[in-house]
Ligand binder design. Sequence first.
Ligand code: HEM
Ligand code: FES
Length: 779
Amino acid sequence: ASTSSSAEGCPFHAAPPAPQSGPTGCPISARAAEFDPFSDGYQQDPPDYVRWAREQEPVFYSPQLGYWVVTRYDAIKAIFRDNLTFSPSIALEKITPTGPEANAVLEQYGYAMNRTLVNEDEPAHMPRRRILMEPFTAEELKHHEPMVRRLAREYVDRFIDNGRADLVDQMLWEVPLTVALHFLGVPEEDMDTLRRYSIAHTVNTWGRPRPEEQVAVAHAVGNFWQYAGKVLEKMRQAPDQPGWMRYGIRKQKEHPEVVTDSYLHSMMMAGIVAAHETTANATANAIKLLLQHPESWREICEDPSLIPNAVEECLRHNGSVAAWRRLVTRDARIEGVDIPAGSRLLIVTSSANHDDRHFADADFFDIRRDNSSDHLTFGYGSHQCMGKNLARMEMQIFLEELTRRLPHMRLTGQRFTYVPNTSFRGPEHLWVEWDAARNPERQRPEILQTQVPVRIGEPSRHAIARPVVVESVARAAGGIVRLRLASPDGKPLPRWTPGAHIDVECGDPERSRQYSLCGDPADTRTLEIAVLHEPQGRGGSAWIHAHVQAGDRLRIRGPRNHFRLDESARKLVLIAGGIGITPISAMARRARGLGLDYTVHYSGRRRADMALLDELAALHGPRLQVYVSEEGRRNDLAALLGAHEPGRQVYACGPLRMLHALEALGAGWPDDALRIEHFASDLPQLDPSREHAFEVELKDSGITVAVPADRTVLAALRAANIDVPSDCEEGLCGSCEVRVLAGKVDHRDKVLTRAEREANDRIMTCCSRACGGKLVLEL
Ligand code: HEM
Ligand code: FES
């Protein structure tokens, strides 16, 4: 919406103006006016409740809430990325302001909840985050694993013979609380008191308590505050004991201006909530979701190595944080909508997690999805959840314990209820039942001894490949075979959109190659790819041509789409060279289905070597132009495209020479007018022509690793089997920091301050490089 009072320039509201208008004068649509995050619709299924927005009006003003609501993945990630324009300072603010009576009660308790980490602005936040990071490293988290396992076992022991349980009341609420208390270093005897208080805190912050409830909530919050202060004092008496709070108390001695008293007291309270309810809810959501998809439940019971990715997919599909908040500090534009400074944003991360633009067939629950861990349930960037790997560890252990001991468990018929609030989400009760006579441990007590090692951190992409059967292998043209792949159990495969690709493991998990899908997206039973034999290639296509036969099993990942068709384009020009026809053919089929104005331009050297020709001619008739150089016809790109035409979009896939020529032609065009398929690598894009190669010597490991011009230090270290933690991999979060002993660093992150850069004693390995030929690192 424009900041003037007319609707002109608003990308979502042409005319006629709606009866109500928002703070910028932009009219408010009927659905935006109705939006109520405390309604049953939002509580039951937030991403479904805002589906209309994700599709039609991705950024809208909610008059009931007084917030702008953002619903798409890319926009939300961009908001997380820029924590200066979009300040986290309101993240814990009460969403429904309390009345004077409740405020007076809070004052009576000396309630002075202040900034912690999650709602602290820069420059105060990042130094504190970094100082307090160590207890969250994989090395440190490992020490908590036996405690989490012991608790999970004890709680299941209590109800395993009963045949039914409310998992929330009988396990999931208490175990993460106890884990959180251990992690923070709080004495166990205070658990019951804290349990009562922390519920009140959620209602106080994210809920809409009725006026008569507000006072009772305020008393509980006040008590929580005072109690947290007392526990903190107790801990100060024995600062050398374990726990994150005591670690903070010790760090306060070194950095009193960074780790302040006010921070410690506030964190004592906020830390319990951060670590407890989020994890309890996430696990309850996960078990509910898995039991609602019995196939997936059976699969993880049979193959526990799928658990880490199943956890990730549950966090994506139905996470425990449905939305988060940011304050706009300067005039900004989100998805073309002008948002004035001072606006408040409700960023519906659960909606981002269901955005088809980022997650193929996003509503589909798929424990083998290869980008599940891109979800935004833990936030992203400089404030991304520090406790995420503790939460993941707990969820993995709970699922492991339950799948091993209660594989025959099922959901009891029930209606799920939620504590009404915008952000924290999990069922209040989760009733499950089973036939106790069939408990596997009665026949085989030895199963209690088996343990699957916990994976700390994100699941490995190698572990989550999807098995498929090759249904047919057919020759598609000279040197090209067409493979049709189906799932081994005949179940539907994830749906895909034109431009999507899959990764095929070519005989070895390390040899994984990307192939665009070329079949019919409406067919969910099979996936089709066409593979050109490239003798000079890296061996993937040669392997497929030499070995793959009908009936074989392959492992694939995906589908994923980095080359998405904009279906709102007025005119489409689809250009393919050689095997580049695969994604283009899928786009053309879609354009035809939608009745769009499109043409297809397909070049090749010899007609006999051009795949899909007959099929394309049959489908597209005169809209298809074929250029065969051996027959003397070439695609003159300059003549074909001429100057930019508004509303026209050009999509191209083919040999590099062709793509470069197109890039040169389209240099002056608007951003989206030319889209080219770059097979995206998992590594951040580095331009090797502007970078130089160097070496990193690892002092502790006694090895030297070469960092080529097209690789990050992080990627080079990983390739050498050196584990370095990372999150954002774009210089925002500080997770990949390593100490530098010698050599000058070319800093490219946004984490270090100028003084820290000058000190030259640390590097963010995901993005920064060496100025010279060598760095010496403490690794
Ligand atoms: C921050 C979610 C578990 C500690 C956050 C944020 C979210 C979140 C959404 C804000 C991210 C942002 O602004 O970008 C979750 C979820 C959890 C979980 C869904 C469980 C499934 C935990 C646990 C702990 C923890 C177990 C501690 C042991 C923190 C801390 C921050 C944070 C300290 C603040 C980081 C900063 O601002 O620098 N979490 N969390 N969380 N979380 Fe978690
Ligand atoms: Fe986030 Fe490097 S700064 S991984």
